[in-house]
Structures are given as C-alpha cells and as structure tokens.
Design a binder for this molecule. Structure first.
Ligand SMILES: [Zn+2]
Length: 353
C-alpha cells in the first residue's frame, strides 16, 4: 500500500485506533476466520442515506474546560493560579494518569499543586467556576485507594465525563510530546518548555517548537446503496476488521490521502469524498480525520498483501450478522472508526474489540 514503513518506529508505541499503517496493533491471533458471504435477509436497519452525517460527541473530542491560551504567557497569573489551594493538577506519565475506576463513570484523580511531582508543567485551562487545571509530566504517585490505578487514555476515555475526557486527552498529548521531543532539531541542544508547556524553545538558537500532531485520514468506502468496505490489516488477528486509514503525506491534502490510500490498499478508485469529523488520538500524536467516500469504478478488490490481509464488501445485513455471531470484530467505541461504521450502519452494532 503506502510507502509508509509497516514497522512501528521507536517513537510510536502501539495504539489501537486501527489502520494508520505505522501504528500497528499486534495481538494474539484468533482461530476463526471472518465470513464475507453474500448479502442475505437479516435484522439490519433499513436506512439507505448515502451522505454521512457529521460526527459529534466523539469520545476524545469532548471538552468542558476552556484552554485559556491567553493566560499561557501571563507569568503572574500562572504563579498565582499554581499557588491557589483550589487548583487541580493532573499528573501524566507515559500516557497514563491515575483514575478512580470504582464507579460506572471513571474519574480523574487530581493532586494539589504542592503535592505535584517535578516535571514539565502545562496549563490545561480554566473552568466556568474559575478553577485552574494544570498538567505535570512526571511520576505517578501511589494510588491512594484500591479503586485508583494508572489508566491509559484508550481505556479511560469512554468512561470519563466530558470535562475529564478533555483534560486527559490534552494532558496525554502534551505529556507524550514533552517526553519525546526534548532536543532542538536544528542544533541538537536540549530545549526548554515555554507557553505554559505548549511550546519548547532552544536556548542556543532561539528557535521555537510546537507540539507535533500527525494528521491521519480514516475512511469508510461505500458502493451502491448498501455495501461498505472493511479490511483486515496483515498484522491483525483473524476476524478483526476496520475501515481504511493512513497518514497524510507531506504536501498532500487529506482528501488526496483518502484517494491514494484506498487505491493503494485495495485498487478501488473513490470519489465524493466527504469529511465527517475529527478526533485527537494522542497515542502518541495523531489527529484522525474521518471521511466517507464512494467507489467510482470497478468494485473488484485487489488488496496490497503487504499491508492488508483481506478486504471485502459488506451489506448492512452482512455486517449485523457477522458482528452478532462474533465472526467479525469491529474497532472499540473509543475509536472514530467505530463511530463512522455505526453512522453508516444507522445505529449501534453489537460487537467490538
Ligand atoms: Zn537549537
């Protein structure tokens, strides 16, 4: 498929949002194979809308706390906010924070500023009650209660409130960046955090560096009125499928990346590329841009066997039957892929991984 290497590079830990091919999930192989049989009568919905609705309330695109970017350079305000007893600090270490998982709705565990560890500090924002939230990239403290433990964003995201999901996504993204991009790309000197942790500056040449975000497109390809294309990455276990995805290349638009990746992975030509919405996926630094696209020519799939093990067209009835029986495993609800598939299907689907 794409020219992107199929092996995750050192700076990219394993992630679960399927398919940008530099972000491969490797998990044990299951025994069963995915059915890809012909359409048959089944219990699926009857919606036939071709245009995908805009995706709202994506799990990791929720937020309540204002980022208050105008305060990032106000050192007097930052010092006062840090000293305020009401200020809440979220400590993040290697993409994980302490969460209280003891209730149905998980909750972030904050510490007061005087109990925060040393580490890069960043202003996460100020809420409607004028309460300030900071993040610190540093070691997590020992859990204070049995229900509290370190949790990654992929696990905590779906269980958190809007406020907490937004704070954790923001903190994890910055934490990952500060843990990795520590030196100046121009001269190699160690850089210092600025803008309350939202940039770094080189003390030698004065260059400023901002958090790196890698745009990746993810697309549901449809054909006619009732079939969509699902594929299994070569490194995924049997039965696991998702929609196609890949990184946007340098000097390329997201829509161009959609057409290129779909063609490279399946030989299918697409048009009517429609943007649906986006979700940050800071595992470690992606922004997922969701699309729908319609096959414009042949529907004969020829997979790039290096990256894609198999790809098939599924009607809504095919899909419902396959996920209900466990014959297909879809991406988890935290992923934009899951939401795009359900938005096409017309409602919730029973299975996920
Ligand atoms: Zn430098």
């Amino acid at each position: 498929m794409s020219a992107a290497p199929s092996v995750p590079d050192d700076a990219r830990p394993t992630v679960a949002e399927p398919a940008p091919t530099r972000l491969i999930v490797t998990e044990p192989t299951h025994a069963r194979t995915a059915p890809a049989g012909p359409a048959s009568a089944g219990p699926g919905p009857t919606r036939t809308a071709l245009a995908g609705p805009a995706l709202t309330d994506l799990t990791l695109a929720r937020a309540e706390v204002d980022r208050s970017s105008h305060l990032r350079t106000d050192q007097a305000w930052l010092d006062a906010a840090w000293a305020a007893p009401s200020t809440k600090v979220l400590v993040v270490e290697r993409g994980r924070v302490l969460c209280d998982m003891g209730t149905e709705l998980a909750r972030l565990v904050f510490v007061s500023a005087d109990r925060a560890p040393d580490g890069v500090r960043f202003l996460l924002g100020v809420d409607a009650e004028n309460l300030a939230y900071f993040g610190v990239a540093g070691p997590l403290s020992d859990p204070s209660r049995p229900t509290v433990r370190p949790v990654p964003l992929r696990e905590a995201g779906p269980l958190l409130s809007d406020r907490d999901a937004g704070l954790m996504t923001h903190a994890v993204a910055l934490g990952n960046w500060h843990e990795t991009f520590t030196h100046c790309p121009r001269c190699g000197s160690p850089t210092d955090p600025t803008l309350s942790g939202h940039a770094r500056r080189c003390p030698v040449d004065g260059s400023e560096h901002f958090p790196r975000v890698d745009p990746a497109m993810i697309v549901l390809v449809t054909e006619g009125r009732d079939r969509c294309l699902l594929a299994r990455n070569a490194l995924w276990p049997e039965r696991r499928v998702s929609i196609l995805a890949g990184f946007v290349e340098a000097g390329e638009s997201a829509e161009q990346a959609v057409a290129r990746e779909v063609r490279e992975e399946t030989s299918i030509a697409v048009g009517s590329v429609t943007y649906l919405g986006s979700q940050p996926w800071p595992m470690p630094q992606s922004l997922m841009l969701g699309f729908r696209a319609e096959a414009t020519g042949t529907t004969e799939i020829i997979v790039d066997a290096d990256e894609i093990a198999e790809a098939h067209w599924y009607s809504r009835d095919d899909l419902h039957r396959a996920v209900e029986s466990g014959g297909l495993l879809l991406p988890p609800p935290v992923s934009i892929a899951h939401r795009i598939i359900e938005s096409w299907y017309g409602g919730p689907l029973p299975g996920s991984w």
